[in-house]
Design a protein. Structure first.
Length: 154
């Protein structure tokens, strides 16, 4: 699952897509990988993927500063943990709670972090846009995709 997650994340380097479109496609695939790993391999392997993916994203120049690795990794971890806790009420409930939690965490975390870091306003605005409502879409689509795949591999 780690290899697939990193492959999905690398698609933007291999396939020329507009950045905003790649956010939705690749974000959904990565989120699906996180949830499939959580369901099939368990919490700790999924958390390893959650931590490694943003490190690789930084080295791929997808995250402009290394400090951004931390909130992305923690947002991924929140997505996994909230999903595992709430999925006992159903996959949909788990996906919705996980998506809301991850989106909220990323938005608040980056808002707070950007108060301490001086980056160009246009870059900051782009980061904040990416860490807002697109996270809701990629979280839900990732959960839907994970649900379909997990059913097929049972």
């Amino acid at each position: 699952m780690l290899a697939l997650t990193l492959l999905f994340q690398s698609l933007r380097l291999l396939i020329p897509l507009p950045p905003f479109l790649s956010t939705f496609i690749i974000g959904s695939l990565v989120n699906a990988s996180l949830l499939i790993a959580a369901e099939k391999a368990g919490l700790w392997p999924a958390l390893i993927i959650a931590a490694v993916a943003p490190v690789v994203a930084y080295f791929q120049l997808l995250l402009p500063l290394p400090v951004f690795i931390i909130p992305v990794a923690l947002g991924n971890a929140a997505y996994i943990c909230l999903f595992l806790v709430a999925s006992k009420w159903g996959h949909t409930s788990g996906t919705v709670l996980a998506t809301l939690g991850k989106t909220g965490f990323l938005y608040v975390g980056f808002t707070w972090l950007l108060t301490f870091i001086a980056i160009p306003p246009k870059l900051a605005a782009g980061i904040m846009l990416t860490m807002s409502w697109p996270q809701l879409i990629t979280g839900i689509l990732g959960g839907l995709l994970a649900s379909l795949i997990v059913k097929r591999i049972r």
